[in-house]
Design a protein around this ligand. Structure first.
Ligand SMILES: [Mg+2]
Length: 197
């Protein structure tokens, strides 16, 4: 069996950031914003919060334990990642979080029984950290584009806020962790071996 090197973003791939942002907007600013509209474009460009308020909201959801502990996993994230590990693949998380916020992400994973190495690029480009990966999944197109040419199989994790974003031909969409699992099956058919569990 050929082992695959699988890489995943953390926020928005393992965690449901939209729900958390919606909760934080209500708690911190008394604003009702549906999760599917919880992005910079809608909130800041739409004049609901100032840029400074939005940054403070981000600081709190990633850096304050009260919010981190309320962070929900994307359905299937932990169990599929564990299945990939059990099947012999290397699973790694590459996040643009700072070291301080990465520490809380590692804690969050361990609390859920997920033993997955996590590299923090401290708001920088992910290219160096993603060298050697066969596949990478991110919910942010701006993080995927620099990886073209470094990682062969690139996937945008779809959310309502990015569903209409046009993609370059090197990047495909996945809509769920089940989709990711299926995609790995397809890679197997293309010559990568993957045990069907
Ligand atoms: Mg993300």
């Amino acid at each position: 069996m050929k082992k695959l090197n699988l890489g995943f973003d953390f926020d928005g791939v393992f965690t449901d950031c939209s729900k958390l942002k919606s909760y934080a907007a209500r708690t911190l600013y008394n604003k009702e914003i549906p999760p599917e509209q919880c992005n910079w474009q809608h909130i800041v460009n739409g004049g609901i919060l100032t840029a400074e308020q939005y940054r403070e909201l981000q600081r709190q959801i990633y850096g304050e334990r009260a919010f981190v502990s309320r962070t929900e996993a994307v359905p299937g994230a932990i169990s599929y990642a564990q299945r990939f590990q059990q099947a012999g693949h290397n699973v790694k998380i590459v996040t643009a979080r700072t070291d301080e916020w990465a520490y809380l992400a590692r804690e969050w994973l361990l609390e859920r029984g997920a033993h997955i190495p996590l590299t923090a690029t401290r708001r920088r480009d992910k290219t160096e950290a993603c060298k050697g990966l066969d596949l990478f999944v991110d919910d942010d197109l701006d993080k995927l584009i620099p990886l073209i040419g470094t990682v062969k199989h690139l996937y945008l994790f779809s959310w309502p806020c990015n569903q209409n974003t046009p993609l370059p031909r090197e990047i495909q969409r996945v809509r769920s962790w089940y989709d990711i699992h299926t995609t790995i099956g397809v890679l197997s058919a293309l010559g990568y071996s993957y045990p069907l569990i």
